[in-house]
Design a protein around this ligand. Structure first.
Ligand SMILES: Cc1ncc(COP(=O)(O)O)c(C=O)c1O
Ligand SMILES: N[C@@H](CCCC[NH3+])C(=O)O
Length: 438
């Protein structure tokens, strides 16, 4: 049987990926070369079966917990629909994400709103639509939120704390330390202070604490340390305010493999060890075990996505071969932002040419628009060829821009031999129409 681990050079691709004739790859039973011909390039392909499989794996790893998918990784109506069917909740961080999910039929009570700088519009939308929980990030938000809750209502809230832990794949995505701007510090007492103010608001119901250590974390230990520290705080809150909080949300951040041989976080192990640590620490302090919640984004959607690019030019410089494709930092800013590495593959044509270190660059007007440095690609890659990059489902399109007025790519879902356009390509008229003239 072909397993995820033994699929050789398709190791980081969705489980459904199969090599096909003429260098093609089938994803969800659909030919990538055919999708590129039909939809043009760049195109993002999402494997529905992989997303559903990953969502189910979370529910198994965290039984008796709430699994909120972090919409910031990528959201469209189709994805919201799949995840609702799989029983997940949704973590949103703007009125935009919230409204899109509600339009897709996602129950607002299964959503949670985040943000270190929630706008009045975000708060209004959350209260109007009846979002289940709002995560308070700072002191200024307490009165701002409380004053908007209708008389007689009680909004469930959590307070985001900083557990003081360094974890995450890049300094720009580490949010568990004191040196960043999300959440409230345990060290300077601001967490306890703001919690006291929340408890004093009759129309806010404090149901728990929240933290999010960072993103692309591959080790469970930081989560265990954070759980221990949080239980310490829970005990202090009980002693100081008599408050016993029934929920603990430990955020997301679970790392995935971008290239063959990369380490991914072991989600079942995370589930087992976090639950054990929580039970033990609570027993030691005489607290009831709070209900857990997790918020994975990347680990649900990242490995389910593949992006297809067409090669437009090949340039041989002294030290490099540059292969330029028709997308770039506008649809995938991650290499430029975090220096991350991908594993591109020639698809739609077989090649026996030797492999050569090749730098895949984008189409934008910056020397920094490098998608992959020194990827081992066949030496005969030429204009017209198709390149596919796996693990493209998270933080590509959700962070995409229209730099150089290049429209954002479409999203096509594949499953059981069929494909469906979920989001169309951003057209030149979409871009033009926002400009209302002189
Ligand atoms: C509060 C919160 N929850 C969940 C996530 C999801 O993170 P990831 O996609 O790394 O699982 C993020 C982003 O890092 C976040 O800021
Ligand atoms: N955008 C980051 C992850 C940030 C997670 C959001 N809190 C990435 O691509 O790795």
């Amino acid at each position: 049987m072909i397993t995820h681990e033994t699929r050789g050079d398709l190791a980081v691709w969705p489980r459904s990926a199969r090599p096909a004739t003429d260098g093609d790859v089938l994803l969800g039973g659909v030919s990538l070369a055919e999708l590129a011909r039909h939809h043009g390039t760049p195109t993002y392909v999402l494997d529905e079966g992989e997303v559903r499989h990953r969502a189910r794996a979370y529910r198994e790893a965290f039984p008796d917990a709430d699994v909120y998918y972090a919409a910031k990784a990528y959201l469209c109506r189709g994805v919201a629909h799949w995840l609702r069917q799989e029983g997940l909740g949704l973590d949103v961080c703007s009125a935009g994400e919230l409204e899109l999910a509600v339009v897709s039929g996602f129950p607002p009570e299964r959503m949670l709103l985040h943000g270190n700088a929630k706008s009045p519009e975000d708060l209004r939308a959350a209260l109007r639509l009846g979002v289940g929980r709002i995560v308070i990030d700072n002191g200024a938000e307490v009165a701002r939120l409380a004053s908007r809750v209708s008389a007689g209502d009680r909004q469930k809230v959590l307070v985001r704390i900083v557990p003081g832990i360094t974890a995450g794949g890049h300094e720009k995505v580490r949010t568990g330390t004191e040196e960043q701007h999300f959440g409230l510090s345990l060290v300077d007492g601001s967490a306890q202070h703001v919690i006291g103010r929340v408890l004093a608001q009759p129309n806010l119901e404090l149901v728990g604490l929240h933290w999010h250590l960072g993103s692309q974390i591959t080790d469970v230990k930081p989560y265990l340390t954070a759980v221990r520290r949080t239980v310490g705080l829970l005990a202090r809150l009980r002693d100081q305010y008599g408050a016993v909080l029934p929920e603990l949300n430990i955020g997301g951040g679970h790392g995935v493999a971008y290239r063959t041989g990369d380490t991914a976080l072991d989600v079942p192990e995370l589930g087992r060890r976090v639950r054990a640590e929580l039970a033990e620490s609570c027993a030691a302090t005489g607290l009831p075990v709070p209900r857990l919640a997790v918020e994975p984004g990347r680990a649900v959607i990242g490995p389910a996505g593949v992006v297809l690019y067409r090669v437009l030019s090949v340039k041989r410089a002294t030290a490099h071969t540059f292969v330029a494709v028709d997308g770039g930092m506008s649809d995938n800013p991650r290499p430029a932002l975090y220096g991350v590495r991908y594993e591109p593959r020639l698809v739609g044509r077989g090649s026996t040419a030797e492999r050569r270190a090749t730098t895949v660059v984008g189409r934008h007007c910056e020397a920094g628009d490098v998608l992959v440095r020194d990827a081992p690609l066949p030496a005969d890659v030429h204009p017209g060829d198709l390149l596919a990059m796996p693990v493209a489902g998270a933080y590509h399109l959700s962070m995409a821009a229209s730099y150089n007025l290049v429209g954002r790519p479409p999203v096509v879902a594949v499953a059981e031999g069929r494909s469906r356009l979920q989001v169309r390509r951003e057209s030149l008229s979409d871009l033009r129409n926002r400009d209302i003239g002189l």
